[in-house]
Design a protein around this ligand. Sequence first.
Ligand code: MLT
Length: 410
Amino acid sequence: MALVNEQFLKLSESYLFSEIAKKVNTFKVIHPEAKVIRLGIGDVTRPLPSAAIQALHAAVDEMGTEETFRGYGPEQGYRFLADTIIKHDYEAHGISFDPDEIFISDGAKSDTGNIGDILSKDNRIAVTDPVYPVYVDTNVMGCRAGDLQEDGHWSNILYIPCNAENGFLPALPRTRPDVIYLCYPNNPTGTALNKHELKKWVDYALANEILILFDGAYEAYIREKDVPHSIYEIRGAKQVAIEFRSFSKTAGFTGLRCGYTVIPKELNAYRFCGEKVSLNHLWNRRQCTKFNGTAYIVQRAAEAIYTPEGKKQVKANIEYYMRNAALLLEGMKATGLQVFGGINAPYIWIKAPRGLSSWKFFERLLFERHIVGTPGVGFGPEGEGYLRLTAFGKYEDTLEAIERMKTWKI
Ligand code: MLT
């Protein structure tokens, strides 16, 4: 008799974005005439930069001839991409890495989810609340979350509230966790941490031997000078942090899939007996066993976004989305709603008016304005009473969404 991992049965029936998609599809069946504007899931709408397309074509051709065909690639990713990443994403900010500290993957979602493979189930996990649901759900799967309580918290997870009252700045927890997930610029609130705030976390982790899992998927959206582009800009971070990066939101790779994870060689975790173990070594072992590398053609496309043309095209796409973000921010404010984020990130976090719950606000927005958002409570209990809109929509749709909001009596 095969037994299942019972942890999966503790999870809600479906993943947040699948649940929303189901609700929107049902709405479309009942109202086929409605022109629905989707500002829910953070999926990009701009096509791939042409530099990436050209690189893809060239790489596909290479795969078609015997001399240049490639079979299995290195599980860690090709050296050409690791070197390019180090040069442009780190050395440009005064940070150095060896190529074997960079692990290229099919995206930050997989890596932030899979990283639990190399961590003990006895670790006490902390998350900011609201939070990207992958961190919590994968810790449920990995037996670290305990049980879901009536108030929406998991019994063994430490929640650090981020809300309008504390300016969305997570406070250092009173109880010491072993591992903490930080995502900045933040999904879902769209807020950012400046250098001083991030340093507090690195210092806290150094003093308490905590591992920081730093998700920098939205790094390309940083506008303000004092917001760090990498956690490794903070002294000592290499001893305490793993950084996850993604090409999805940077260069439109949500469908193509490519990201990378940085695990510095000086970063260790511990065995029960207190012996230090290199996380770089363990992750390498994990990847070699469970992962066969990101497709060669995709890595060539990722490399191409660092060329001068590629950079220009990426910048133009990011500006396009941030123009949407500014529109949403101003447009929502003009309707009298309280809004946050949208300055260093492509997400707008809206306080539901008159004490409406997140799901009620979501439903009214869908039924009365045909706009899809993401209910804040889907990201954690502290998200109750909020709703997230994404700036990744088409400009015309974003404009129309604002127009529809202007006449809304909520
Ligand atoms: C989101 O909407 O939060 C993102 O699209 C999720 C993701 O990147 O997986």
